[in-house]
Design a protein around this ligand. Structure first.
Ligand SMILES: O=C(O)CCC(=O)C(=O)O
Ligand SMILES: [Fe+2]
Length: 394
């Protein structure tokens, strides 16, 4: 069976390439491999991704990109990286597949990246080492020290105090059901699309995430119109352990950001629910550069968020214990919504029963005027905004 399939990936930083070839394999099936890749050689020759089984070449694809080195180091760059899919005719199993980046047909050999566990031992760090308190004038009004609480709506006050908002039975069942039906019709498996922007391809996803009352609620909390730019569509927990989303964002964004967890079905407590620390949005904010500076340079490429996990999780666990902070789980009913703050500590828990599905749509939003690297936001028919990011569905 294909479980035995082993995978090796080789990429390298070529001395001549202005953008180091770099990629990630996101899916391996007996007859197909998918992932994304960026890279460009000095003479403009497109880099290729070659999949080999021993000496046999199974297929190749181009990894072209116009990204600069600076953009490449930004996690955002991943969102515009070129996806590849290589298909071969015969199912392959019991073998080692090798993914090689090549320049003008010559393989570039280097250290394996992006597959397997993080190859480093993070230093023992405290939350304080990785975070800072942002100035009042860079954060949204509801996060500022000075705030006239008597002028706030009930939901604004809850947001200010606890950093999340639960809206029971908020989504209309026709929007929920149309999306759930489309999701399963187009992708009949629990793992979701790897692409960051299914909403660009699945109208039902866009309609759900740009539902006008949801857009209005996001704007009520952040005080600026919010644009959709990321969907997580798995019907199982991401199992992404404790973090604040803000550390993955450009530092200039400063919580002009929110994410939304929409239950497409009743959520079973054993299915790996979303878990969070009420009030942790008032803790200092973890900063990407503080974290990256503690990582070895060879891991500070576009894939750094994955490798930063052990460091981030250990610091968060220590901080939760030190503050004796309470944690809560979102055991939602179909149509319930949880909106969380960019600084709220949260995680997708490990399921106690991995055979259970956890049907959700997760959507992330940024203030439409604060993502200069994204294409200008557009307003959907439903009312809400989205960033029309051009990336294929995979
Ligand atoms: O799996 C989950 O519920 C957590 C997802 C998450 O951390 C996120 O979407 O930012
Ligand atoms: Fe998150």
């Amino acid at each position: 069976m294909f479980n035995f399939l082993k995978l090796k990936a080789h990429t390298t930083a070529s001395a001549t390439a202005p953008v180091a070839p770099h990629g990630m394999v996101t899916e391996v099936a007996p007859k197909r491999i998918r992932g994304w890749a960026v890279g460009r050689s000095s003479d403009g020759t497109p880099l290729e991704v070659v999949v080999k089984a021993g000496e046999i070449e199974l297929g190749r694809a181009r990894a072209t990109s116009e990204l600069s080195q600076e953009q490449f180091e930004e996690s955002e760059a991943l969102e515009s990286a070129k996806a590849f899919e290589i298909i071969w005719p015969e199912p392959r199993s019991h073998l080692t597949l090798e993914v090689v980046f090549a320049e003008s047909g010559i393989p570039l050999l280097g250290s394996p990246r992006h597959l397997g566990a993080a190859p480093w031992n993070p230093p023992d760090s405290d939350f304080a080492d990785l975070s800072e308190i942002p100035d009042d004038d860079v954060v949204p009004p509801l996060d500022r020290t000075e705030c006239d609480e008597s002028a706030l709506t009930e939901d604004q006050l809850l947001w200010r105090r606890q950093g999340y908002l639960i809206l029971d039975n908020f989504m209309p069942s026709d929007l929920v059901e149309s999306y759930a039906e489309a999701r399963w019709r187009l992708l009949p498996k629990v793992h979701g699309w790897n692409s960051a922007v299914p909403y660009m391809h699945v109208p039902e996803a866009l309609a759900l995430c740009t539902y006008a009352p949801l857009a209005a609620k996001l704007e009520e909390l952040i005080s600026e119109p919010m644009g959709l730019h990321l969907n997580l569509t798995s019907w199982v927990s991401t199992q992404r352990n404790w973090h604040q989303d803000d550390y993955l964002n450009p530092e200039t964004l400063n919580s002009y950001y929110a994410a939304v967890w929409i239950a497409l079905d009743d959520i079973h407590p054993d299915s790996g629910p979303f878990e969070y620390v009420p009030g942790s949005h008032r803790w200092p904010v973890m900063r990407r550069e503080k974290i990256r500076s503690l990582m070895p340079p060879y891991l500070r490429h576009g894939g750094w968020p994955k490798y930063s996990e052990p460091l981030v999780v250990a610091a968060c666990e220590k901080e939760i214990a030190r503050r004796r902070a309470e944690t809560r789980q979102f055991i939602a009913k179909k149509g319930d919504v949880l909106i969380w703050h960019g600084r709220l500590l949260h995680r997708g828990t490990a399921p106690r029963n991995p055979t259970l599905q956890r049907r959700a749509m997760i959507a992330h939003y940024s203030a439409i005027d604060r993502r200069p690297r994204f294409p200008a936001a557009k307003q959907a028919d439903g009312g809400g905004w989205y960033f029309p990011v051009n990336q294929q569905l995979f």
